[in-house]
Write a protein that binds this ligand. Structure first.
Ligand code: ADP
Ligand code: ZN
Length: 612
């Protein structure tokens, strides 16, 4: 057995490496530089933590988020690793204690904020220590084109010059080739080996539905499928963050708001509670999420459409890091498309930037409206080919297609006729009223009950017509003119449909947003096993979670750093009676077995006694 595998078993209690971990760890342990691109939840941390323990000296980890460093260190300490951090949150005496430990060679892994690392004092401290490796986490922060750009990261290239013989490993979950190149160049990782693995997240179930009543849909989704789970709800504006969080709270869900505007203190407190406690729903703007490595986020819900597939992938990727089933759930409607297009067109950036942003939005719209496997589409966007996944809404409940050519023609001629009759255009509401033959005041005011398209579309409901409009907008056959009161206009290509030269297959507009129908035996397949454990095991799992909560509070650490849900589930399933039986369970390493083994057995014994 290699030394690395030994460490994996003893310290983490895991039986085998995942994907490319073994190869990366061997390469870095042998002194090689590396750039590692692994999806969120792919297990990047072990790629530097294990070489840091295997090699002589201390591993230095650069991590951008001070708020999270403490938890990363706490998790390592729980596993018996001598980990420390240096950042601006430490008091002077604490900092001196850490520095002394570094000098004494009694630190295995040191986390440092980038701005701190490049200071003379810190570099001198490192000069005095033996260094096993440098790990640069969230390495895409060096990219000036990304949203997460951090100027301090640019200075990290000095590590290459100052410590040419010490291996450096940069890690990120950002997929695209341009960012990859930028990282290699800016960090001077010229001879680094690049490790790229599949970006698939097979445990995430992708679902996208039409928006009907956003709050009601969200509440139903959480209540029916994720009661008692941790999750993230993304909203576009700060206002809707506050309103949605308030609404969920009033409905009995443990929800907290988070956005850049919030007072720093409440914001940090909300972040810390989300990470530490079980079952909190965080309602947030996209400012929330980077570096959050909470493993048991069971769902990510989007109430508004993100602006690109990259953003969608990154945000949904925060679900299910622990590999257990998780949901990426989104609802969207015509308003999102209009809002995003407007933002792009009105942005002060140059023509080229607007063109790129427009193309990205179109790709996302295509993804939303696709009738094929969503995962195939998603991975294809990142240059990976794959087969239908069986774990997205379109695979589980293939959408019904219908020949919408006739409906599209009716709609288009209605847009045309109303504009012709009045000399100016109208929005979706009026067009739908005319199509479905409603004699509203506005219809009568403009005499639209006299146009030839009045009442010719009664076979579809207003909601169904909205879906048709949205798909035609996505297909760029109809445009929403937001400079003029969101008036609908025909695009040039509309004439091919009107002229009968182009047929349209659309997704059947459904009256209700159905949940994916699943085969009966599979009805609970997207629930983490915690929800499916029954009888004594179910009781034991609940008791173990309660026990974990107490330990976490006592130690002042997030619950998941004590044990993951998956580990407690396995304990509850096996109901062990001896330390030997605990030993083989994933997530129970030597330190944790020593520290908690007897306590776990006691909890299991007690549930056995009380349910007898
Ligand atoms: P990333 O940083 O790539 O998002 P993490 O390093 O946080 O991923 O790992 C995700 C989760 O998977 C963590 O909870 C980690 O403990 C677990 N994990 C990583 N590698 C293994 C492995 N070889 N066996 C079992 N669990 C693993
Ligand atoms: Zn699929």
């Amino acid at each position: 057995m290699s030394r690395a595998t030994q460490v994996l078993r003893e310290v983490w209690g895991y039986s085998a490496f995942r994907g490319p971990q073994a190869e990366i760890i061997a390469h870095v342990s042998n002194g090689g530089d590396a750039l590692v691109l692994l999806p969120t939840g792919g297990g990047k941390s072990l790629c530097y933590q294990i070489p840091a323990l295997v090699r002589d000296g201390m591993g230095v980890v650069v991590s951008p988020l001070i708020a999270l460093m403490q938890d990363q260190v706490a998790a390592l300490r729980e596993a018996g690793v001598r980990a420390e951090f240096l950042n601006s949150s430490l008091s002077r005496p604490e900092q001196q204690r850490v520095e002394k430990a570094v000098r004494a060679g009694s630190v295995d892994i040191l986390y440092v904020a980038p701005e701190r690392l490049v200071k003379d004092g810190c570099l001198e401290l490192l000069d005095a220590a033996t260094i096993a490796l440098f790990a640069i986490d969230e390495a895409h922060c060096v990219s000036q084109w990304g949203h997460d750009f951090r100027p301090e990261y640019l200075r990290l290239s000095l590590l290459a010059d100052r410590y040419p013989d010490i291996p450096r490993i940069a890690l990120t979950a950002t997929a695209d080739a341009a960012t990859r190149k930028e990282i290699l160049a800016r960090l001077k990782l010229d001879s680094a080996r690049v490790f790229i693995s599949s970006f698939d997240r097979p445990n995430i179930r992708y679902r996208i539905a039409e928006r009907d009543n956003a709050r009601k849909q969200l509440l139903q989704f959480i209540r029916e499928e994720h009661a008692g789970h941790s999750g993230i709800v993304y909203c576009f504006t700060r206002k809707s963050v506050d309103e949605t969080a308030g609404f969920l709270k009033d409905s009995g869900i443990n929800a907290l708001p988070y956005h850049a505007d919030k007072l720093h203190e409440t914001r940090d407190e909300h972040l810390s509670r989300f990470i530490r406690e079980d079952a909190i729903v965080m309602v947030a703007t996209i400012a929330f999420g980077m570096g959050i490595d909470k493993p048991d986020v069971r769902f990510v819900a989007h109430l508004d459409m993100p602006k690109s597939i990259e953003a969608y992938y990154q945000e949904t990727g925060r679900a299910g890091r622990d590999g257990l089933p998780a949901d990426a759930w989104m609802i969207y409607g015509l308003a999102d498309v209009v809002q995003q297009r407007r933002l792009i067109d009105q942005s002060p950036s140059g023509e080229e930037h607007r063109r790129v942003a427009g193309a990205k939005l179109d790709a996302l719209l295509g993804f939303c409206e696709t009738v094929d496997c969503r995962r195939v589409r998603l991975l294809d966007y990142f240059g990976e080919s794959s087969g239908a996944c069986g774990n997205c809404d379109n695979c589980l409940t293939p959408p019904d297609l219908w020949d919408a050519t006739e409906a599209a023609r009716k709609l288009m001629s209605c847009i045309y006729r109303c504009e012709q009759a009045s000399g100016f255009g109208f929005g979706a509401l009026q067009i739908i009223d005319v199509l479905t033959g409603q004699r509203t005041a506005k219809v009568e005011q403009y005499r639209h009950d006299r146009v030839s398209t009045f009442g010719i579309g009664k076979e579809l409901s207003a909601l169904q017509w909205r879906a048709v409009i949205r798909q035609l907008v996505a297909l760029r056959l109809v445009r929403v003119d937001y400079d003029r009161f969101n008036v609908l206009r025909l695009e040039v290509d509309a004439r091919h449909v009107l002229g009968g030269r182009r047929m349209l297959q659309l997704r059947k507009p459904s009256e209700k947003v159905a949940r994916p129908r699943r085969p009966r035996r599979d009805a609970t397949s997207n629930r983490p096993p915690s929800d499916t454990l029954g009888g004594r095991s179910g009781d034991a799992f609940q008791a173990l979670r309660e026990w974990r909560k107490g330990v976490a509070q006592e130690h002042g650490v997030p619950a998941y750093t004590v044990f993951h849900d998956a580990t407690l589930q396995e304990v509850a399933r096996r109901l062990p009676v001896s330390l030997d039986e605990l030993r083989g369970i994933s997530g129970i390493g030597a330190t944790k077995l020593d520290r908690y083994g007897e306590l776990l057995l006691a909890v299991v014994r007690e549930t056995a006694a009380s349910t007898r």
